[in-house]
Design a protein around this ligand. Structure first.
Ligand SMILES: [Fe+2]
Length: 191
């Protein structure tokens, strides 16, 4: 994990915001300025957490690095490193939170389950500093692809232990979903 003053301060602020907010929507709203600041700061994320990973649960050399995890698994902060041209599977997260781009550029496709299949709802291009609140079921199923020559790095703040929960990967054509656990490159999941 990444136990630095910036990460500690960020997490403390996030926890205070969540504790004081009446709803996930309100908590995301309260966290926005802090999250924007994190994406704007070029220096806080150590190099190790910007590395792709040849062996990874996501495939394609995609590295998912755990920065912080609450002991009760109610919160996780991680970086997702996607090499140029690589793409995640279509997947869900099963928790609300904030996701933003830190380095590189990405195209993102957002899906929804409809009549046993998947419907493509939206395509968007992300640049560093862009971020959004993920409030399931809204925006919960997506895939991202790196469009820059450099690896893309996105920062995820989600209210579960995203890398270790069993969630779902989807076949984009048939909509068939399969159990999926991405894991983290640097930290094991309990069995
Ligand atoms: Fe995702």
């Amino acid at each position: 994990m990444c136990d630095t003053p910036v990460v500690r301060g960020f997490v403390a602020g996030v926890r205070a915001s969540i504790g004081a907010a009446p709803s996930p929507e309100a908590a995301c709203e309260a966290i926005r300025p802090r999250f924007a600041e994190l994406l704007d700061d070029p220096d806080w994320l150590p190099d190790d957490f910007r590395e792709s990973a040849p062996e990874s649960g996501m495939g394609g050399g995609i590295g998912q690095w755990l920065l912080f995890r609450a002991s009760d698994a109610s919160l996780s902060l991680f970086s997702l490193v996607v090499p140029p041209g690589a793409q995640t599977p279509v997947h869900d997260h099963l928790a609300w939170g904030l996701v933003g781009l830190y380095r590189g550029t990405q195209d993102e496709e957002i899906f929804a389950e409809r009549d046993g299949g998947l419907e493509l709802l939206e395509r968007r291009s992300l640049r560093p500093g862009d971020f959004y609140a993920l409030l399931p079921p809204r925006d919960d199923i997506h895939r991202v692809r790196t469009t820059s020559d450099e690896t893309s790095v996105s920062i995820h703040l989600l209210t579960n232990d995203t890398g270790c929960v069993w969630r779902h990967a989807y076949d984009p054509e048939s909509g068939r979903r399969t159990p999926f656990r991405s894991g983290y490159v640097n930290v094991a999941c309990d069995e």
